[in-house]
Design a protein around this ligand. Structure first.
Ligand SMILES: [Zn+2]
Length: 140
């Protein structure tokens, strides 16, 4: 009898590694990010993705009055560029508890577009943000 050794060898076939060149994910998720611009001169001052809900608020937009009774609707953003901050920060009459503010002007046309808020106490977060006057800005 011929011994027919059963070749139960595992077909140790290594699955050929697929070595397809991986294209860098060209996900252009944020490629065409919308910008918030100065209404007067269209300078880009914030990314639409920087809009956030500031501490103590229900939404990113809020209406406030200043001590002289002027009413502003503001949009809060985490970060902004192209702004010139004017004067010293003050916590007086602040709209956001724990934050001091100063005026933020468009760097290009000096339009008053909002305010920069910075933490006046250590336990508030974030450290700083901006409130932009909705009537002084527009979005792409
Ligand atoms: Zn401007």
């Amino acid at each position: 009898m011929t011994d027919s050794p059963a070749h139960f060898l595992d077909d140790d076939g290594q699955t050929p590694e697929r070595d397809e060149a991986r294209l860098p994910e060209d996900k252009t998720r944020s490629e065409k990010e919308r910008l918030i611009r100065c209404r007067a001169c269209s300078l880009g001052i914030a990314r639409a993705s920087a809009v956030f809900v500031a501490p103590g608020c229900d939404g990113p937009k809020r209406v406030f009055a200043n001590p002289s009774g002027r009413v502003f609707e503001v949009l809060t953003v985490r970060q902004a560029d192209g702004l010139r901050l004017a004067g010293e920060s003050t916590p007086e009459f602040t709209w956001f508890a724990g934050y001091a503010w100063r005026a933020a002007l468009c760097q290009k046309c000096v339009n008053h577009v909002g305010w920069a808020f910075s933490a006046a106490r250590t336990m508030v977060s974030p450290d700083s943000f901006f409130a932009l006057i909705t009537s002084e800005i527009h979005e792409d």
